[in-house]
Ligand binder design. Sequence first.
Ligand code: GTP
Length: 304
Amino acid sequence: MMHQMLADFLSRSGDGYGIFNADDRLVFSNPALAEIFAIEPERLHGMSFEQIIRCCHQQQQGLKIETTDLDHWLLYASQRRRSVPFRIFEADTVDGNWYLMSEQCNSEGAILLHAKDITEQKRLQLALLQTEQRLKNQANTDELTGIANRRFFMHQAEKILKHQDRIGAKCSLLMLDIDHFKGLNDHYGHLAGDRALQFICEQIRLQLREYDLFARYGGEEFVIVLADIPAREAVSVAERIQQQLATHVLHYRQAPIRLQVSIGIAEHEPEQSLNVLLQRADQALYQAKAAGKNCCVVARASTL
Ligand SMILES: Nc1nc2c(ncn2[C@@H]2O[C@H](COP(=O)(O)OP(=O)(O)OP(=O)(O)O)[C@@H](O)[C@H]2O)c(=O)[nH]1
């Protein structure tokens, strides 16, 4: 009676249940488990664990077996099976479902397999992770230009300086400020100013390495950290940026708008704080503006 009730429950259960004997042959399985393996129940009965896996792999159905070396996969799996009395793991199927699987061994080496559908939880987990990533990106990015914002810059620049100190490398900080930007806004309007900010970022990006830290520091002010680049080489980068802007004109509503930047450069000195480095680059930028703009000035070594 009890036996019949149990069999009834198992045959109706949405969870997969199976028993592998000590020779690793499936001696019991309910319909839900047959669905997970995508093997007809009559055929599944009596198959060995290895046969089931080979079948899924060959047919590209049921359990997703992602390997180019199935023998190695099977060896690894069989080493883990029966290695502990109870283990739990996640597995997914070719059609995109996820299962929380548990294997419980008895003293004779038989295994009770239980598979619970966790597809929905996995979907939610993924959506949550994506949202978290999106929010993180938003918190680190300047909305208008799409480059890093000041907050992210301060965080990353600190890390870069520490690393450069540790490996004894020289790095430079560039501070850039668009020339005559107020006039541009006044003449063409604020939207043109916004477009100019985007355009300048696009042009500057073209002259940087993928891993250079480039951020919007304030309204029309930008900062760049060039790791492993001493000031004399940073001057070439600054000049390339100025050249890029000199040869690429922004067309805004048919009007050609020429853009230029003044640049202050400071070479990081061992153990110097980010704030001092920023101050030195800012002073150099001030000198570049005073010297007639559209040029770059390198900060003198600090007296500290
Ligand atoms: N369109 C637009 N303008 C901005 C933004 N942020 C700051 N600005 C403008 O940038 C201008 C900066 O003006 P100033 O500091 O006088 O700079 P400038 O006219 O470039 O002067 P110089 O640097 O000496 O050449 C101001 O008019 C700000 O309104 C922004 O996000 N969009």
